[in-house]
Design a protein. Structure first.
Length: 301
């Protein structure tokens, strides 16, 4: 007798290597935030960020598994391959950030003053947070574009780099609002404009790819993205020169960290973080430009 449920369920969604990785993501994510919520505890902005990461990634992973298992993703107005690839990369970046931040701020060797039970719960949560990152990284590795393979744009190196670029830009923005004194000079305001413009356009590129609307545009999306990436390289090159000069040259700023600068509230520290991640994003855009010469966009997968 033919099974009535067979045609409607996709068992590969939970039995394939990618499906198993997603099941582990769901398990490790649930375990991590359950340990923290039950006894480990969290506080301040750092702890809230970690809890947001774990619950957000868990919810989206459950959504992806449910949609693929029931074929409901075919009813959504999304380029499913682009969506899952983009989320896997974003979740990898967010989960490794939380896996570093939580033990750094909440785990200690001794039991005083939080007690041994709370300490043990926090250590366990940190271990599962690390495993969660490994499973998301494994999905990115399994779903990435192989040479000669026709796949979604977000699964290519160039597509994955777009997610990393946007994530790095968010780190820069976080440092900018942390008393970086960027409004002191017009030149540093130009750098902020560069960061903002590149972030917005990168997010738009990702959004069009994920929604599968690139074919509806009146201009060639593929060529436009390559031209934008080249422009972003030039813009970031200007910021990579201007920002350090106006922050660390003795004529405009301070080449050394001021002795009386409070830890966590020092503009010099924020300026240094911005300078470092400006060079990181410049490198990412250069790599993106190099890889974009070797791919072709496929929006409907």
């Amino acid at each position: 007798m033919e099974s009535t449920g067979g045609p409607y369920l996709n068992t590969a969604a939970v039995t394939s290597p990618v499906g198993i990785a997603r099941l582990l993501q769901m398990t490790f994510g649930c375990t991590t935030f359950s340990l923290v919520a039950h006894q480990g505890g969290f506080s301040a902005a750092y702890g809230t960020f970690c809890m947001f990461v774990w619950t957000f990634c868990f919810a989206i992973t459950v959504f992806i598994i449910a949609c693929e298992f029931t074929h409901l993703h075919s009813c959504l107005s999304l380029s499913w391959g682009n969506f899952t690839a983009a989320f896997a990369m974003l979740a990898t970046l967010m989960s490794i950030t939380a896996a570093v931040i939580y033990p750094l701020y909440f785990v200690q060797v001794g039991c005083y003053p939080i007690g041994c039970e709370v300490r043990d719960f926090r250590i366990a949560a940190s271990v599962f947070a690390g495993l969660l990152f490994v499973t998301y990284a494994a999905e990115v590795f399994l779903t990435r574009a192989k040479p000669g393979q026709v796949t979604s744009y977000m699964a290519t190196i160039s597509g994955l780099l777009k997610i990393v670029q946007a994530f790095v830009a968010c780190i820069i923005f976080g440092a900018l609002v942390n008393d970086s004194q960027y409004g002191k000079y017009v030149a540093t305001q130009w750098c902020v404009a560069v960061y903002s413009f590149c972030f917005v356009v990168t997010v738009v590129v990702v959004a069009f790819s994920v929604t599968g609307k690139t074919a509806l545009l009146w201009f060639p999306f593929e060529r436009s993205v390559v031209i934008y990436t080249f422009g972003a390289v030039l813009l970031y090159m200007s910021a990579a020169v201007i920002w350090p000069v106006f922050c660390f040259d003795s004529k405009y700023g301070s080449p050394r960290r001021p002795d009386l600068c409070a830890k966590g509230k020092c503009p010099w520290d924020s300026q240094l973080v911005i300078a470092i991640f400006t060079y990181v994003n410049l490198l990412l855009y250069v790599l993106d430009l190099a890889y974009s010469q070797r791919i072709r966009f496929v929006s409907h997968l």
